[in-house]
Design a protein around this ligand. Structure first.
Ligand SMILES: C[S@@+](CC[C@H](N)C(=O)[O-])C[C@H]1O[C@@H](n2cnc3c(N)ncnc32)[C@H](O)[C@@H]1O
Length: 239
């Protein structure tokens, strides 16, 4: 576990800049994305996407190449995406431009970090980056230096009644410490239900919900030792 938030942020930026064009091309990567996408789409009622006629807006935080935007794209009308890695941002925009989903095609990602030790920079504080109906983070929370603070920062970006959706891995006894090159980008290897519930208390959030994916997610992150993890969805709403 890297302790300095500056080190962890720099490690993530460098690692994901390097990975951007290789992030979702191998069969296991595609399968992982498909399983999570399907699970999200099967759980729209659980997520509680607001059902009213106003446009539904999504902030896809730590967007990577856009899996969450594509999963929720058919249910929303406007997508803003943000990522620390400029190369991930480029890849997101490249893929979004050719998407079959209209509101993904209109989506744009920008480079940014809402999780700075100080307040987020002024260019990330405009009205266009507030009052979202959904803030969603896919596979990002375990990379962030301070998950509790991150949840608080995301809560500030929701409108009242909006939903924070976290998709990540369940922490298991068996560690995942092996030379994959990713270990220095990881704050912790997953979360339990009670931990997520605790993290999501306060910040003006309530109505915690938790769902565990039935199938394991296989990751060939190491050629001799593939790992598998269970995934979860967790959500509170802004009260
Ligand atoms: C495992 S990828 C997940 C990408 C995408 N959400 C998905 O589900 O495929 C983690 C992403 O988190 C981004 N990231 C890491 N730390 C971040 C931070 N502090 N702020 C914004 N993005 C961050 C990385 O650049 C990377 O794109």
């Amino acid at each position: 576990m890297t302790t300095s938030s500056t080190d962890l942020t720099a490690a993530n930026r460098a690692f994901f800049d390097d990975l951007a064009t290789k992030y979702d091309i191998k069969p296991w990567q595609k399968q992982l994305a498909l399983q999570i996408t399907n699970y999200i789409q099967q759980n729209l009622d659980f997520i509680g996407i607001p059902k009213y006629s106003d446009p539904i807006t999504l902030l896809d935080y730590a967007c990577g190449t856009g899996m969450i935007s594509r999963a929720l794209g058919p249910s929303v009308i406007s997508i803003q995406a943000l990522d620390l890695s400029s190369k991930m941002v480029s890849r997101f925009n490249e893929l979004a431009a050719t998407s079959e989903i209209t509101f993904v095609r209109n989506a744009r990602a920008i480079e940014g970090n809402l999780l700075t030790d100080e307040d987020p920079p002024s260019e990330l504080n405009g009205p266009e980056l507030h009052n979202f109906d959904i803030v969603a983070v896919g596979g990002g929370l375990h990379h962030f230096p301070n998950p509790a603070k991150a949840i608080g920062r995301f809560a500030q970006r929701l409108r009242v009644g909006g939903v924070l959706l976290i998709s990540d891995f369940i922490e298991e006894e068996q560690g995942w410490v092996m030379p994959t090159g990713a270990e220095h980008t990881i704050y912790k290897y997953g979360f339990s239900e009670s931990e997520m519930k605790g993290l999501m208390e306060g910040h003006g959030l309530g109505g915690f919900g938790w769902r565990e994916m039935p199938e394991r997610l296989e990751m060939e992150v190491h050629k001799d030792k593939p790992v598998s993890r269970k995934g979860f969805l967790a959500k509170p709403a802004k009260m």
